[in-house]
Design a protein around this ligand. Structure first.
Ligand code: GDP
Ligand code: IMO
Ligand code: MG
Length: 426
């Protein structure tokens, strides 16, 4: 298979970074296609921990090409900080490319993200406050600035003036805030642009060339299916297309070119931010999952809400992404639970339903109907062969395969790059 997409099947933080990093060993090109620095992807290599927010996980391998696609929204200051941090750790940027079509997250987007959250009051979304939503709003409203604008001083000046003309009015009149100084924003943006310019290019063209040369290309999804703007638990979602289809417009590649979609699933579920979570466990078991799984946000440090695997949600994810194979992470974290619960259906308004409702209010009222599987004991972190897993762990894995009708070809048993069990060829 030469073109593969890796997506999250839950509310993000499934371990996509680790799975992509692992597979990047076999890839030539690794591409992010949506989202921004709301993402936080952890990769651990020989005790060295990397936390990536904007840059594709493939950057950690020398010689691989790392691409930030046009569907992303990029905060230039945050990107420069990330580049500098990685360069200090001897990561090489000779093969790094940023799409000229990617939109910019600008200082007023950060302010608006905060103000809009405050305005929502108790109905707030719990965003990462990275300006992601307001930046995508500007993109759709055709008032956004793009990476390519950073290459042209006059154009940058006029587009920024137009955008600030709009945003300063909103900030002053609707929110009673100080306006942004055009000159200050321009100066720091132009300066950032000078440093980023060598990487900015037409990445869709490059991707097509590399595809024709037979290069192995990996698309690295950020967030997860249930945070997708259309297929997630709207409005408690992010503002981009996180599902596999997002690769096409986010990277500029035709749907028929994609050979394989890998869905990353955590062995239990987590969510950071607000919104319904039918299988959330607010009791001792949920706490145990949080502590043993170190479930704290990479981007914001917030504790993640924890709960049990949810078959209707997972089936929805497999369907809307067209998932071919699953990667199951963090099975090691479930060790020591006497019983493991899995929701197979919901009870809502006196009825039993088996599929995830599109209506988020209805999803919020769903009471999970659980099946209980026997747990297992022991530290799995050094297990290398599938047959060496405890019988009940294998039973759990095969149970999920049965429910999804898909093979689980990769099983994560620890955070390190090599703490993984591969089952057959990927
Ligand atoms: P992402 O956003 O999907 O890339 O995931 P995050 O990096 O936000 O969160 C996943 C966390 O789980 C990170 O701390 C990873 O280092 C860790 N992790 C990934 N796979 C495994 C695994 O199989 N076992 C354990 N124990 N930790 C894992
Ligand atoms: P990775 O790629 C988990 C959540 C936020 C909030 C909602 C909207 O690491 O899996 P936004 O700032 O995007 O407008 O916030 O989406 N969210 C994530 N949750 N992992 C992520 O990324 C997330 N990116 C956004 O918590 O609920
Ligand atoms: Mg994350």
């Amino acid at each position: 298979m030469s073109i593969t997409t890796v997506v999250g099947t839950q509310w993000g933080d499934e371990g996509k970074g680790k799975v992509v990093d692992l597979m990047a060993g076999k890839a030539d090109v690794i591409v992010r296609f949506q989202g921004g620095n709301n993402a936080g992807h952890t990769v651990i290599v020989n005790d060295d921990k990397f936390e990536l927010h904007l840059i594709p996980s493939g950057i950690l391998y020398a010689g691989k090409k790392a691409v930030m696609g046009g569907g992303m929204v990029v905060d230039p200051q945050a990107l420069l900080e990330e580049i500098d941090g990685l360069k200090e750790r001897d990561i090489n940027f000779d093969n790094f490319f940023i799409s000229d079509a990617a939109h910019l997250v600008l200082p007023y987007h950060l302010v608006l993200d905060r103000l809009e959250e405050e305005m929502r009051g108790p109905e707030n979304l719990g965003t990462t406050s990275r300006g992601i939503g307001p930046a995508y709003v500007d993109k759709a409203a055709r008032r956004g600035l793009r990476m390519g604008d950073l290459l042209h001083r006059e154009r940058l000046a006029s587009r920024l003036k137009a955008a600030l003309n709009y945003h300063n009015r909103i900030l002053e009149k609707a929110f009673n805030q100080e306006p942004f100084s055009y000159q200050e924003v321009f100066n720091s943006l132009w300066e950032a642009g000078r440093r980023l310019a060598p990487y900015i290019t037409n990445t869709a063209l490059l991707l097509d060339r590399w595809r024709e040369e037979g290069k192995h290309i990996f698309f690295e999804g950020a967030q997860g299916t249930l945070l997708d703007i259309d297929h997630g638990s709207y409005p408690y979602v992010t503002s981009s297309t996180t599902v596999a289809g997002g690769v096409c417009h986010g990277a500029g590649i035709g749907p028929g070119r994609i050979d394989q979609v890998i869905g990353v699933t955590k062995a239990y579920m987590t969510r950071v931010g607000e919104g319904p979570f039918p299988t959330e466990d607010k009791g001792e078991q949920g706490k145990k999952l949080r502590e043993e799984g170190h479930e704290y946000g990479v981007t914001t440090g917030r504790p993640r809400r924890c709960g049990w695997l949810d078959v209707p949600l997972l089936r929805h994810a497999c369907r809307v992404n067209g998932i071919d194979i699953l990667a199951l992470t963090k099975i090691d974290v479930l060790s020591g639970h006497r019983e493991i619960k899995v929701a197979t259906a919901y009870r809502v308004d006196g009825e039993e339903i088996f599929e995830m409702p599109t209506d988020t209010d209805l999803l919020g009222r769903c009471e999970p109907i659980y099946e209980t599987l026997p747990g297992w004991e022991g530290n799995l972190s050094q297990v290398k062969e599938y047959s060496d897993l405890p019988e009940n762990a294998r039973r759990y894995i095969e149970y999920i395969e049965g429910k999804m009708g898909l093979p689980i070809k990769l099983v994560g048993v620890g955070a390190e790059r090599n703490q993984v069990i591969l089952r057959g060829d990927l």
